[in-house]
Design a protein around this ligand. Structure first.
Ligand SMILES: Nc1nc2c(ncn2[C@@H]2O[C@H](COP(=O)(O)OP(=O)(O)OP(=O)(O)O)[C@@H](O)[C@H]2O)c(=O)[nH]1
Length: 601
């Protein structure tokens, strides 16, 4: 165990792509944690999808051993935090396990929306913060301007910000010295006191089972100890304890201030409640650590196997993903158009996309995903309150007194030239402008928006309007009562529940028209005519028709025998009528998603 004053627990906070992972890799390399060959891939981003997209999803930790210029050897625990808004809760629980943060800002880009969101969380946790300006090798780097931004926008002293290039390795020793000299060691912590440790994260390892990441606050965590999780009440005997160097390395015990892992016979990641306090079963601590917020899924969508025979495989695959991601939830769902599948809950859109991609890539499943939807609250005439996760299940309107939808507060940073189009986009999505200000040559707009209008393609649209320069961050601010109606789409007179959605009444008609037009292009022609209708309640508000393919049945009929031709045509018409009644219209998978894109609004 390392003495407490030789420990530094810290995290790196940054906007996406500002170089957090590259810096982390450099720090690991400088402390000799890995060989060059092992460094060839970014270590902290271990999942394939993360590597490809270059984003960090799961929070991970690495323990580094660093001999500083004062001749002392320090243990540095780096807790990696994800940068994306969907994973904000992982950021907060990571930060709660550290005393300080490096605030990495790309010197060629400056402060962005997610830099702010994360840094405010760190300030809330009373972190000591060292600003680090990265990418100073780039010609576009403007150190003075970014320092000014940090001081003006965040209110941190940036005069002694560390200037580095994580890519070339320039300035890395200064970062290590700053960690040791400017960040504080863990506070307090009596090693003779009863064990008090925070459950930071847990993941499933195929060889070890559930591996729990802990931060010890008081007492000692050791092998063979019987521990108790204070919130869930689970009691386990510890099989192994150790640290991440970054490979798992066994140790005898973890003391106050230390970060590491333990393995006990825990079956599922779901048995571990993030933020729970771990103590000794026989000699429990009297007070639990302040808890974390529970995470609630905010976006739901249906996932169905393309081939109904794959249903069991899909169920097994989802079970495996859940082992590693307790925030992913689902329940069974049956749809008339799509058969048996699951209604799944996600933390946000990126989370949804990642899960979908992992299912198809790692488990080789072809899936149909229905439109993402948010959670609506409804007050019913009989006084009950219900939550609606799937627009297809909406109860009869006469039984509803009020429908409330979730709203978010969004912060957008953008270069001035894109401001006009961004304001229009927000306005089109029923946004309410709260604030518009200019800081360091960039516009900062604050809007309140219905989450429903954002879940689908808002982020993509924002990126394309601003050529990738605008940054976006949001927090949920609660539910608001709105005049919402259920818009149904009928294909061949059958409602397609996967396309049902709740929309604002003022927009229902135009949205319905748009959907019908879109679907007309997306559904291939059949041998019979297909009507496509949009309806609110029983009332059809828009209609398009896909005309039938026509086989020339009269081709073989030479000469001018009109009655014979007529007969053949009549027979064809009767056949088509029958087909329309019984024929199943195949809606291609792309149509479900493409029909919902709102560009051109
Ligand atoms: N020129 C230059 N490029 C850098 C530097 N540091 C990182 N990059 C590049 O910037 C991109 C993003 O770096 P990452 O380290 O993946 O960024 P990140 O902040 O970890 O991103 P997320 O994992 O998505 O949060 C990569 O293409 C890096 O090669 C630097 O000092 N100079």
């Amino acid at each position: 165990m390392t003495p407490r004053d030789k420990i530094r627990n810290f995290s790196i906070i940054a906007h996406i792509d500002h170089g957090k992972s590259t810096l982390a890799d450099r720090l690991i390399q400088a402390c000799g944690g890995l060989t060059d060959r092992e460094m060839s891939e970014q270590v902290l981003d271990s999942m394939d999808i993360e590597k490809e997209r270059g984003i960090t999803i799961k929070a991970q930790t690495v323990r580094l051993s660093y001999t500083a210029s004062d001749g002392e050897t320090y243990t540095l625990n780096l807790m990696d935090t994800p940068g994306h808004v969907d994973f904000a809760y992982e950021v907060s629980r990571c930060l709660a396990a550290c005393e300080g943060s490096l605030l990495v800002v790309d010197a060629s880009q400056g402060v962005e929306a997610q830099t702010l969101a994360n840094v405010y969380q760190a300030i809330d946790q009373n972190h000591e913060i060292v600003p680090v300006l990265n990418k100073i090798d780039l010609p576009a780097a403007d150190v003075d301007r970014v320092k000014e931004q940090i001081e003006e926008i965040i209110g941190l002293d940036a005069s002694d910000a560390v200037q580095i290039s994580a890519k070339t390795g320039l300035g890395i020793p200064d970062v290590l010295e700053a960690i040791v000299n400017r960040l504080p060691p863990p506070r307090g912590g009596d090693h003779t006191a009863p064990l008090k440790a925070a459950l930071v994260d847990a993941y499933y390892d195929p060889y070890l089972g559930v591996v729990v990441i802990v931060r010890v606050h008081e007492g000692i965590l050791k092998k063979k100890q019987t521990i108790r999780m204070m919130r869930t009440g689970g009691v386990y005997e510890i099989d192994k304890v150790g640290t991440f160097n970054p490979k798992l390395t066994e140790a005898d015990a973890l003391g106050p201030g230390e970060v590491g892992y333990f393995v006990a016979s825990i079956k599922e990641v779901g048995d571990c409640s993030i933020g729970d306090t771990i103590t000794e079963d026989k000699r429990p601590t009297d007070k639990a650590l302040p808890g974390y917020k529970d995470v609630q899924p905010v976006v739901f969508c249906g996932l169905f196997p393309m081939d109904a025979g794959d249903f069991d495989d899909l169920r097994a695959a989802m079970g495996k993903l859940r082992l590693n991601d307790a925030s992913f939830t689902w329940e069974m769902e049956t749809s008339a158009a799509l058969g048996m599948g699951f209604r799944c809950g996600f933390l946000g859109l990126l989370h949804l996309e990642i899960i979908q991609e992992r299912l198809s890539r790692e488990f080789d499943l072809d899936l149909i995903a229905t439109a993402p939807s948010v959670v609506y609250e409804m007050s019913m005439t009989d006084g009950t309150e219900i939550e609606l996760h799937n627009p297809a299940d909406m109860p009869d309107v006469v039984r509803i007194t009020e429908i409330r939808e979730p709203w978010i507060a969004a912060t957008i940073y953008t270069p001035d030239e894109y401001l006009g189009s961004i304001l229009k986009l927000c306005q089109d999505r029923r946004g309410i402008q709260i604030e518009l200000s200019y800081v360091g040559g960039r516009a900062c707009v604050k809007y309140e928006l219905p989450l429903n209008e954002v879940v689908f393609d808002f982020y993509d649209r924002l990126k394309s309007i601003s050529r990738g320069y605008a940054s976006f961050d949001y927090t949920l601010i609660g539910h608001r009562a709105e005049n919402l109606v259920k818009l149904q789409i009928l294909v061949n007179e059958e409602p397609v529940d996967a396309l049902a959605m709740l929309v604002h009444r003022d927009r229902a008609e135009s949205r319905g028209r748009q959907m019908c037009e879109r679907l007309k292009e997306l559904i291939p022609r059949q041998m019979f005519k297909i009507p496509i209708q949009a309806a609110i309640g029983g009332r059809v508000v828009a209609r398009e028709t896909i005309s039938a393919m026509r086989k020339d049945v009269t081709a073989k009929c030479y000469g001018g025998d009109a009655t014979r031709k007529r007969k053949l045509l009549d027979k064809q018409a009767a056949g088509k009528k029958r087909m329309r009644q019984f024929g199943k219209v195949e809606i291609p998978q792309e149509a479900f998603v493409a029909a919902l894109r709102m560009d051109g609004d």
